[in-house]
Design a protein around this ligand. Sequence first.
Ligand SMILES: CC(C)(COP(=O)(O)OP(=O)(O)OC[C@H]1O[C@@H](n2cnc3c(N)ncnc32)[C@H](O)[C@@H]1OP(=O)(O)O)[C@@H](O)C(=O)NCCC(=O)NCCS
Length: 167
Amino acid sequence: MVFLRAPVSPWCNGPMQVRPATPADLPALLALDRGAPTAAHWSESDYQRLLSEAGRVTLVIEDRYVQGFVVARGLGPEWEIENIAIANSGQRRGLGRRLVEEVLDRAQTHGAQAVFLEVRESNRAARGLYSSLGFVESGRRQSYYRNPEEDAVMYKKIVAAAAPESY
Ligand SMILES: CC(C)(COP(=O)(O)OP(=O)(O)OC[C@H]1O[C@@H](n2cnc3c(N)ncnc32)[C@H](O)[C@@H]1OP(=O)(O)O)[C@@H](O)C(=O)NCCC(=O)NCCS
């Protein structure tokens, strides 16, 4: 299984760079997915497909090695963050924040109005990340998740610049 030897480092080495993921990142994406029980879990072919799909934004953050990724669906006025994972050893160093900020910037640049996402109610880290970036709760889906069953909390952040007031 190729992803068992993925280039995900246990340490952070040097400055971090954010860039679009390429097919060469597939092993790292899978390793990060498999290493993060609270992330959304997709198959290798799912990741392969989303790398070539129009309207999908998949970014990685790396130093010498890939330390994390984010996947967003970015079409039209409503963008959605679908998955994010940071290597265990790289967490709480601002990497998740940088990836989400990059998605927000891209959404704004492409004329989006708002960015949405949903997260397990118990996922304190992710909820803390989204709240710290100005996402606000916009609803709940009861028993949305399985294994274990749990509510989804929905978040929304407006990214459209306010129209200038006219006099
Ligand atoms: C959620 C996740 C992506 C956060 O990434 P991260 O790089 O560790 O987060 P950051 O260092 O950028 O943290 C930014 C802010 O988020 C909040 N936060 C992050 N981790 C937190 C935690 N464990 N508990 C509470 N708040 C947390 C804090 O407000 C933090 O700011 P601070 O460090 O100044 O207090 C990471 O924990 C992860 O990969 N989790 C497993 C996968 C997952 O659950 N994905 C979400 C699916 S919806």
